[in-house]
Design a protein around this ligand. Structure first.
Ligand code: SAM
Length: 282
């Protein structure tokens, strides 16, 4: 039986009602499922955190190939379905919780997870906050293999001087090496979402892409530069560096024209500017 009929049978049997607000678009395409599993490069030593297992389609395929899967699902209506569909797997743990609120490092410690990867068909309404949480909280994972809206994938991969380039691009590119895996059309899901999707792989770097003396300042500068995208740097960074002369001096030392806009700066330029500002302070 195909994945589509299997999924529809489960949905009918449990009288499950899709909740649009929770981004419930279940994967029904075997090809894409295989591509996600292959990209995750699972083996008997690796463990997985899955965010939003749905009815457990991806969960069980991963559990066949790795040591343990811990899946975090917010919808209480899916818990009895998961208990039934995944009941035979001793290496799957379901946690009924909001992925935005859980302490992933605590889960990793409590469940004794090693070589951890996040693999997920992410609920689209919370894609960015989940990625930001995993990176900002320095969750101890080696990679994320995630299906997300194509538009968000484009932002993650974006280069300077493009409309897509912004805080999300810089956050992800600072922490990760990023690879496109494949595009996914809406008809690979039930119900079909309105947008195209993409699977990407983010490998967390041991050494960050650029050397930064103060990460909080580095990201604050980035945030301010993109908060007011249309403004010049000398304007948009006023909220961070109150002393205008100090700001102009730092921009000059960094070889950055104060009339440039944030979206033109490379990650190296943002790092250099924030390091100069830190040195100026001390
Ligand atoms: N993994 C399944 C698949 O590929 O068919 C389902 C993916 S569906 C796009 C997203 C899943 O995330 C749904 O099961 C939804 O209930 C769950 N979800 C939504 N918001 C969540 C949150 N904040 N924390 C945990 N799970 C969430």
């Amino acid at each position: 039986m195909g994945l589509k009929s299997k999924t529809m049978d489960i949905v009918k049997y449990f009288e499950f009602k899709f909740n649009k607000n929770l981004g419930q678009n279940f994967l029904i395409d075997e090809n894409i499922l295989k591509k996600i599993i292959d990209a995750a490069e699972l083996d008997e030593n690796s463990t997985v955190i899955e965010i939003g297992p749905g009815i457990g389609t991806l969960t069980q395929e991963m559990a066949k190939r790795c040591k343990k899967v811990v899946a975090v699902e917010i919808d209480k209506n899916l818990i009895p379905i998961l208990e039934e569909t995944l009941g035979n797997f001793k290496n799957i743990k379901i946690i009924h919780a909001d992925a935005l609120k859980v302490d992933f490092n605590k889960i990793i410690e409590e469940e004794n997870l090693e070589n951890v990867k996040v693999v997920a068909n992410l609920p689209y309404y919370v894609t960015t906050p989940i990625i930001a949480k995993l990176l900002n909280e320095k969750v101890k994972i080696s990679s994320m293999i995630i299906m997300i809206q194509k538009e968000v994938a484009d932002r993650i991969l974006a280069k300077p001087n493009t409309d897509e380039y912004g805080t999300l691009s810089l956050l992800c590119q600072y922490h990760c090496d990023i690879k496109k895996i494949c595009k996914v059309s809406p008809n690979c899901f039930v119900p079909p979402p309105r947008v195209e999707s993409m699977v990407i792989r983010l490998n967390i770097r041991d050494k960050k892409r650029v050397d930064v003396l103060d990460e909080a300042l580095f990201f604050n500068i980035i945030k301010s530069a993109f908060n007011m995208r249309r403004k010049t740097l000398s304007n948009s960074l006023k909220s961070i560096v109150k002393d205008e002369n100090a700001l102009l001096k730092a921009l000059e030392e960094a070889n950055i024209d104060p009339k440039r806009r944030g979206e033109t700066l490379s990650i190296e330029e943002f790092a250099n500017l924030s390091n100069i500002l830190i040195r100026q302070k001390s």
